[in-house]
Design a protein around this ligand. Structure first.
Ligand code: ZN
Length: 129
């Protein structure tokens, strides 16, 4: 067994997973920023429509620009959502976390409220909050 190679592989796997997590995080951050901008742009479009209505006009270049921006934002958001989905579906299904508390002596599952093992009576470590 080549310990160093194994350790290296394990590390690079960790690195890949961490990279995916980071990708996911930055995509979600970007999505959040886009959502906020979309909301602002919608508000702007609404305000603009109101002003135009007061001036008895229906549409102008600025409105067109704002609506074009809405479309761009929505397209980009759709793109990012797709990327997030792709990342999710590429992720290895996570092994179910073992959240059960076990007795160190006999391995019996212990409830969080138990201070002593119901199987062997050994003292159980305190539950961490
Ligand atoms: Zn036990």
């Amino acid at each position: 067994m080549d310990f160093f190679k194994q350790a290296g592989d394990a590390l690079s796997n960790l690195g890949r997973e961490a990279g995916k997590q980071a990708d996911m995080l930055s995509l979600q951050n970007r999505l959040g920023a886009l959502e906020a901008e979309l909301e602002r742009t919608f508000a702007e479009a609404g305000k603009r429509s109101y002003e135009l209505m007061r001036m008895r006009q229906m549409y102008d270049d600025e409105t067109k620009m704002i609506l074009g921006r809405v479309k761009e934002l929505q397209d980009e958001m759709m793109d990012i959502r797709q990327q997030v989905q792709d990342l999710r579906s590429n992720q290895q299904p996570a092994a179910p976390a073992d959240t059960d508390r076990h007795c160190a002596e006999c391995g019996k599952v212990a409830a969080d409220t138990e201070a002593f093992c119901s199987g062997c009576g050994a003292k159980l470590p305190a539950v961490e909050a």
